[in-house]
Structure formats: C-alpha cells, structure tokens
Unconditional design. Structure first.
Lengths: 144, 144
C-alpha cells in the first residue's frame, strides 16, 4: 500500500472481479467500450518483481479477459500493454481495437486520427454488460 | 507464413535469439537503446490464438528480456506491449524507459515531449552489447 498511488488508493474503475491478489476493472473510457485493466493488488513496480507463479496467474487472467473481449466484441485486434510510467504499480491495459476507432491503426496513446463513429460506439457500449458477465463467469467471480 | 507480413518476410531487427518457435530482436531505435521485440515466428494474430503452453513460453521469454533490461540498463520503468494493429502477427515490444527520454512519462507512441539527452543516449547505447549478451545467455542461445 502506497498512499500516493492511485491504484492503491482506489479500485481504478468499475470492479468486475477481485481474487485477493489481482482485480479486473472496466475502464469506462467513452471512445473505447470494453477497455479493461487487470491490476495486481499489491504495489509492485514491474512484472519481474512478482514470483513466477504470481506472473503466470496474472497473465492467465489477462488472457481470459482477452478471450472474453474477442468473443463478445469481435474486435479487429486486441492491444495489451503494461506501461506504468506515471503509476508504477503493475497493471495491464486490454483495449479492443476497431478499424473505425479514434486512433486506429495507431496505439490509443498517439494523437487521434479521426472522431470515432457514434453509432459504432453505441453498439459496442451496449455489449459491455455482456462482456462484464463473460469475464466474471470465466474467472468464477461471485457476481458472474 | 504470410508474404505481405513484415514479420514473416524478415527477422524485423537484429537477431539475438531464435528457438524455432520465437525470436528476440534488437530494434535499434535511436531514441530507445535497448528496445527489444519478442516475436512469435508463426503468423498468429492474437495471444489467445496460441495454446496455453505456447503463451507461457512466450511470456516467460518476454520476462527474461525484461529482467536483462533492468539488470543492464537500470531503467526507471519497463514498458511492455503487444499491439499489432498494422502488423497482426504476435510480437511484444519491451521498451526501457527513463525520465529524460523523448516521451517520458508518456508512452513512446505519443508525441515526444522533449529531445532525448544525447549523452544519456550514448551511455545507454554503449550498454546494448552487454544487454545482447545478457539476453542470449539467459535464453541459452549459442551466441550467448
């Protein structure tokens, strides 16, 4: 627990699953419906600060989320990243990408190249409850 | 093998290690000495298209590289990402980040926020041969 760390101070989004070691949260970023983060609960800086067993558990969870995103949203591509330059507390971004999204084909951290299509966003937003259930069910969460 | 894919057509950088299933390459990006990519050799789109055993092998390799980068370069943070919007062939970017680098604290795909310090880059560039050896040795490569 590091009080100045935003991922220690709060969940960091809408909680979908928490097994004590890690949590899965919905990011609710308007341009990216279905954007999920998987956060290691303890304040650990890098993946290689975890044990091999902890790393495997975290990555397995990341890929359960990826699979659910693919099944529910059918994106063009999934972007997966652990950055943490400002918040050095291990967390993975999982971003479903579509050819009509605001940054495609660039990473979401680049400048946007277009306004995202409002109808497409609305359709994807409507699938977020199903994605939430799919993740919770796949991870055996009580709220699944 | 997909002929139009640049990661099928060539190694994609200076080869450090290849075990048949995957390869490790030095990216030689001037602003980011020690930038490494781990590339799955077969043309596979997403991590969840691999088997669990293949995924574990790939991620273990990614984290061997991360550990070597930390030991040799002592970066502020490691950024790890699988994007592939333009090249949908599984590959991981591993980018050692420093507070004086061109994009810090932003991801390297954002607009640069400063010119990188030439002396710092030179010092880091001088460590790339040691990083190459450390990765090859850790992965048991013949050229280690």
């Amino acid at each position: 627990m590091t009080p100045s760390c935003e991922l220690c101070a709060g969940p960091g989004g809408r909680l979908v699953h928490d097994d004590g070691q890690l949590r899965v949260i919905m990011v609710d970023e308007p341009d990216y419906p279905g954007f999920v983060r998987v956060v290691w609960n303890a304040h650990v800086r890098e993946m290689t600060d975890l044990t091999a067993v902890e790393r495997a558990h975290l990555m397995q969870t990341v890929f359960v989320v990826e699979r659910a995103q693919r099944e529910v949203l059918c994106p063009h591509k999934i972007n997966v990243a652990s950055l943490g330059n400002l918040t050095p507390h291990v967390h993975w971004h999982l971003v479903p990408r579509f050819e009509d999204d605001a940054h495609f084909p660039k990473p979401i951290w680049a400048e946007p190249v277009r306004g995202a299509d409002a109808d497409a966003l609305k359709q994807r937003q409507a699938l977020v409850p199903a994605l939430t259930r799919a993740i919770a069910t796949a991870l055996g969460s009580a709220d699944g």
